[in-house]
Ligand binder design. Structure first.
Ligand code: GLA
Length: 383
């Protein structure tokens, strides 16, 4: 893959200086908790986007998408939101360096890889963190990973219009092979937990329902959570986010909370508890309890948070019907994309058969089943 992308780079721009590998991520549990200052349990995976880059002397940022075969360029002093969606993820990152007072020299970049786009595996965070890493490297700016994560999140807010939390960019940047990250999204304290894949495996199933979080209900969910916080703050001024709220508190003030707002809050509070329980289960290698938390998480996402869709629900039901499937739920922002499934290795054949036989995408195609491994976060690789 690197070789092919590099060939394209050489055709367009000459010799490259660096290659950065930026992976996608899975999230085992803890969905829509990150922007509520809660807990998440993601991991970087072995599907990635590669960035082959070099600085140039033409005062332009010249960007080429290997997968889409599309080109975009802009003079360094004319950075602005473009009408090319993919370019915005990258331009938004460059802007963050400029805002921080850095002089970013023009560069050429060809990027591409095997990470699917728009199915909830954080292809956008991979774009942002990958380029942030590359710019930091080429400009020798000396930023720490944490700063690059923050630049990447801001790029998504400002240039992609999604008020995302920190999980995706954090996981993509800080992933470690065979370990999941328990992240406290308030303090950003984190710990790594080994995720044993001897007897079980993680499998994603793409529902085929394309999603994009900009202009979706994603930002509305954030507002609904904030609305709940505002009501509860009147009684308890130290509440800053749903992280500081208990289930008892929302029950006491249920009448003052709009029903939807109550449901959204209840989901988030329960999901934070599920992350704790899942981590405990993981520490005891108890994958049955772990999987149960995943199933319960899906129920909450479907009924209380309402970010699932019939296709994702069907995939979870089909997974449930197979012995050896320990857990299954929609993953990521929702409204389409994929499910994540925790499966005993011996059950994978039945799982695939059941899904392929009974699930058809809206276009009538068989769903895409993706077996993943947990891998290292964004890093330099040799060309
Ligand atoms: C998207 C966002 C994340 C997170 C998830 C839902 O992936 O980018 O910040 O909110 O949705 O858990």
């Amino acid at each position: 893959m690197i070789k092919q992308i590099n060939q394209v780079f050489e055709q367009h721009f000459g010799k490259a200086s660096i290659c950065v590998k930026s992976p996608g991520r899975v999230n085992l549990i803890g969905e829509h908790t990150d922007y509520n200052d809660g807990f998440v349990l993601p991991a970087a995976i072995d599907l990635a986007t590669y960035f082959i880059c070099n600085q140039n002397d033409v005062n332009k940022f010249r960007l080429y998408s290997y997968n889409l075969e599309e080109y975009y360029e802009t003079p360094v002093d004319k950075l602005a939101i473009s009408n090319k969606k993919w370019a915005n993820f990258l331009l938004g990152v460059i802007v963050q360096f400029v805002k921080a007072g850095k002089k970013v020299r023009g560069f050429d970049c060809v990027f591409g890889g095997d990470l699917p786009m728009g199915i909830g595996m954080s292809s956008s965070a991979a774009l942002e963190t990958g380029l942030a890493f590359a710019i930091n490297q080429m400009g020798e700016f000396g930023y720490k990973k944490f700063d690059l994560v923050s630049f990447s999140q801001k790029a998504e807010h400002e240039y992609a219009g999604v008020q995302c939390g920190i999980m995706d960019q954090f996981a993509v940047m800080n992933g470690r092979t065979n370990q999941v990250i328990k992240l406290d999204c308030r303090s950003l304290d984190y710990s790594y937990h080994p995720f044993e894949m001897q007897d079980q495996m993680l499998v994603l199933v793409d529902s085929g329902v394309k999603r994009s979080l900009d202009g979706s209900e994603y930002n509305v969910r954030r507002q609904e959570c904030d609305a709940g916080v505002s009501v509860l703050q009147k009684y308890n001024p130290e509440i800053r986010a749903l992280r500081d709220v208990t289930i008892e508190m929302i029950q006491i003030h249920k009448k003052e909370l709009d029903t939807l707002v109550y449901n959204r809050c209840l989901y988030v509070l329960e999901e934070n508890i599920r992350v704790e329980k899942a981590c405990e289960a993981l520490d005891h290698n108890d994958f049955i309890s772990f999987g149960k938390q995943m199933f319960d998480s899906h129920e909450g996402l479907k009924n209380l948070y309402e970010v699932s869709c019939p296709e994702l629900d069907q995939l979870v039901e089909l997974a449930k019907g197979v012995g050896g499937v320990l857990g299954s739920r929609m993953m990521g922002g929702g409204f389409g994309g994929c499910t994540i499934n925790l499966i005993k290795k011996h059950a994978i054949g039945c799982f695939e058969e059941n899904i392929i036989e009974h699930y058809k995408t809206s276009g009538g195609d068989s769903p895409h089943i993706i077996k993943i491994n947990i891998d290292e976060g964004t890093h330099l690789v040799s060309i």
